[in-house]
Design a binder for this molecule. Structure first.
Ligand SMILES: CC(C)(COP(=O)(O)OP(=O)(O)OC[C@H]1O[C@@H](n2cnc3c(N)ncnc32)[C@H](O)[C@@H]1OP(=O)(O)O)[C@@H](O)C(=O)NCCC(=O)NCCS
Length: 233
């Protein structure tokens, strides 16, 4: 963690130190949206872990996430169809390198709506209420802004209080249509600060991920030594 903070310090250009101050405040501050969480972008190599995360959602969560009663084969088809070139996927890993939360920022193929993106998210049930959902929304918002997106929308069931709260807290307008709701968030244009903030977040998350991999290898190695010793005994 210290290494990653140091890496960030050296990455901040002169005159933009306020960004680092914001970053530090996020770390020590309270409240859901100010939790410092390493959120990294996910690519092709993470497809299997994305599938494992989504397949672990129970029936109710699948309904809330996809808007219908998604079966295992529907989820597998969704994961197989993820286009990492076109869309952006973000994730949070725990120390065991399990994907405990993920967000999908989907862009439309219709050029008429190229300034729009849709946000979808899921957090493992045991990891809820820690601000991960809100942080993923924040992360996706910054990225979308930097990509030139002007309107971010979320489709949610009206009963999905947590999701609608995340959107409302971020300033989205929610339109309810019976059991379904749409949240619309208008994004300001990208600035130098929003671009640097994203680079810093990504660098921090990548460093954190590498450290987690090293730690996991180390513990796996110790475990294998221990079982060898026990075998000999
Ligand atoms: C929706 C979901 C992503 C929220 O994740 P989370 O990490 O628990 O959310 P957070 O901890 O960031 O909480 C966000 C806000 O919702 C509130 N909240 C969380 N769970 C809540 C609940 N069950 N009921 C009411 N409010 C809730 C929090 O208090 C917080 O509001 P606050 O900042 O004003 O206090 C998670 O519940 C989930 O994965 N649900 C299943 C999939 C889904 O519904 N996806 C959304 C549709 S795409």
């Amino acid at each position: 963690m210290i290494d990653s903070i140091h890496a960030l310090k050296t990455a901040v250009p002169p005159g933009r130190e306020s960004l680092l101050a914001d970053f530090g405040r996020a770390k020590s501050g309270g409240g859901a949206s100010s939790v410092l969480v390493p959120i990294r972008s996910l690519g092709e190599g993470h497809r299997a872990r994305i599938a494992a995360h989504l397949l672990a959602l129970d029936a109710q969560d699948r309904f809330l996430r996809f808007g219908y009663q998604a079966q295992d084969q529907n989820i597998q088809a969704y994961v197989d169809g993820l286009n990492f070139e076109r869309d952006d996927i973000f994730g949070i890993y725990n120390r065991r390198l399990e994907l405990i939360a993920m967000a999908h920022l989907a862009y439309t193929v219709n050029p008429e709506f190229k300034a729009c993106a849709e946000f979808g998210v899921s957090v493992r049930s045991k990891a809820r209420g820690r601000g991960y959902g809100a942080r993923l929304f924040e992360r996706a918002t910054i990225h979308a802004r930097n990509e030139g997106v002007e309107l971010l929308f979320v489709h949610a069931l009206s009963q999905n209080t947590a999701m609608l709260k995340i959107a409302r807290n971020a300033g989205a307008v929610v339109e309810r249509d019976g059991t379904e709701s749409e949240a619309f968030l208008r994004l300001p244009p990208a600035t130098l600060d929003s671009r640097i903030a994203e680079i810093m977040e990504e660098q921090f998350a990548q460093t954190d991920y590498r450290l987690k991999i090293q730690a996991k290898h180390f513990w796996d190695f110790l475990e294998s030594l221990q079982s060898m010793r026990q075998g000999k005994r």
